[in-house]
Design a protein around this ligand. Structure first.
Ligand SMILES: O=C(O)[C@H](O)[C@@H](O)[C@H](O)[C@H](O)COP(=O)(O)O
Length: 223
């Protein structure tokens, strides 16, 4: 794991957006296409704002979420809505959004269909993850009903996930496709998340799911 500390959040968001843009640019030049996998939640909005204006061949970029809350897209809790409002505007509107949600009562009903849409875009070129103070990442929550399965190398690409801390049911990429991303960035802010990350180093992935993706990741932190 690499740890990068920034003088403040604004600088962190700008720098990390630039790093992601330049990595995407490298993939596009080398391979003609790239995939970008992103978190929802409250932290990454400013990165999306910057990325949305970057001059890249966005029409060759496929974008998808790490995980989604099973709520309709008009809910303020929808991560898809966040991507549509903050990333897929301006220049980045030309990117292709691969859905992680569809209208259905439960994630189980749409699991295979959604996984089939994402599978051709693996491995992930550039992965950005968030982390909660409970050391969850994507929707791999400590104590979640299918966590053990999601951490296994034989897990399918996507799994439904339910956990007390998650609120609504979730759908999430499992650990292996996350770990196999070509570039892995973890975005955290504040003292509590830094302390949680330090604690995670001495725990197992079952206790601290972020551990499952830490080895090749760069963690980006500001107070
Ligand atoms: O849908 C989600 O909730 C996310 O993808 C999740 O894994 C998020 O990255 C962390 O919970 C951190 O969330 P905050 O940025 O809101 O602290």
């Amino acid at each position: 794991m690499k740890f990068t500390e920034y003088p403040d959040r604004e600088f962190l968001m700008l720098s990390l957006a630039n790093t992601i843009a330049s990595e995407l640019g490298d993939f596009l030049r080398r391979e003609g296409r790239a995939s970008l996998c992103l978190p929802g939640g409250t932290t990454p909005g400013p990165i999306f704002d910057t990325l949305s204006g970057v001059d890249l061949d966005w029409s060759s970029v496929s974008v998808f979420l790490n995980d989604e809350r099973w709520v309709s897209e008009d809910s303020p809790r929808s991560n898809t809505r966040l991507l549509r409002e903050r990333l897929l505007v301006n220049r980045a509107a030309a990117a292709t959004l691969l859905p992680l949600h569809a209208e259905a009562g439960t994630p189980e009903e749409k699991l295979e269909e959604l996984a089939a849409g994402i599978a051709p875009h693996l491995p992930i070129s550039v992965l950005l993850l968030g982390m909660g103070e409970d050391m969850h990442t994507a929707s791999l929550f400590p104590g979640a009903d299918r966590l053990e399965e999601a951490l296994s190398d034989s897990a399918p690409l996507l799994l439904p996930m339910r956990a007390e801390a998650a609120g609504e049911p979730r759908i999430t990429l499992t650990a292996k496709p996350l770990r196999e991303a070509m570039a892995i960035h973890i975005l955290i802010t504040g003292a509590a998340k830094r302390a949680a990350l330090e604690k995670a180093q001495s725990l197992t992935a079952l206790e601290a799911p972020i551990k499952a993706v830490l080895a090749n990741a760069t963690v980006h932190w500001a107070e």
